[in-house]
Design a protein around this ligand. Sequence first.
Ligand code: AMP
Ligand code: MG
Length: 275
Amino acid sequence: MAKPHLDGLSHWRVPEGGTLHLNDYATDARPGSTGDRTRDEARLAELSARLGELQARLYASKERALLLVLQGMDAAGKDGVVRRVFSSVSPLGVRAHAFGVPVGSETQHDFLWRIHSQAPARGEITVFNRSHYEDVIATRVRKLVPLAQVRRRHVHLRAFEELLADEGTAIIKCFLHISREEQGERLRERLREPTKRWKLQASDLSDRALWKDYRAAYEETLPATSSDTAPWYVVPADSRFSRDLMVSELLVAHLEAMDLHYPPSALPASTHIPD
Ligand code: AMP
Ligand code: MG
């Protein structure tokens, strides 16, 4: 498959192997921004319309699929991306799934069992709001799974994504990168705002206390699982607007690289439609 044209965004693609230093990636950077809000807004509107067109082709041709994986600390903006980036896309062809702590039969199977069943069908875009990466991040930080098993899971993650890609699914993985200060602001805002308070959980605070451990886990996991077929991108997410702009740029670049076409019509253009 052709590689996506990333232009100014390639710096934000996580290289394969080694250790990632998240300090090298500013949370308040604005990749792809022109520095002029009006022009950036016009660009976002253009990307949004283009995403709608590309999704229509994906849906019509039913040959390929797209999986967008969203990871990040609480309040990093995963829900915001789902709500805002897909506003011009027909609900017929896009689905979002949020993965919480495994329950019931999910706990009785291998960690990929519940994930695979939610992977996109041909013609679909699926967004994972949290994902199989919780099984190597949250489980690792909260010491639910031994480290040796976590590292073995990296191998399975890569093989699983290779399988999806071989069968026609393009995969984009975004780590929404916010600063500790910005997270603090957003969690306080959730507490203040009655319509947002329900979102705040005790685990958000205990995870915030483990900030450094989460960061270290991401620094090891992202390069260990970034590949040509399923690249990770660090998405600076202190600004909601530029976060949405970058995710939209990535989606459009990856969909353009798929070279999608409408299928031929079953009927010739000269077909007479009776009055
Ligand atoms: P939310 O912040 O609303 O997305 O809550 C979902 C919670 O479920 C987060 O604290 C995740 O870390 C947790 N979670 C999701 N998947 C897993 C998993 N496989 N193992 C352990 N915790 C998980
Ligand atoms: Mg939470």
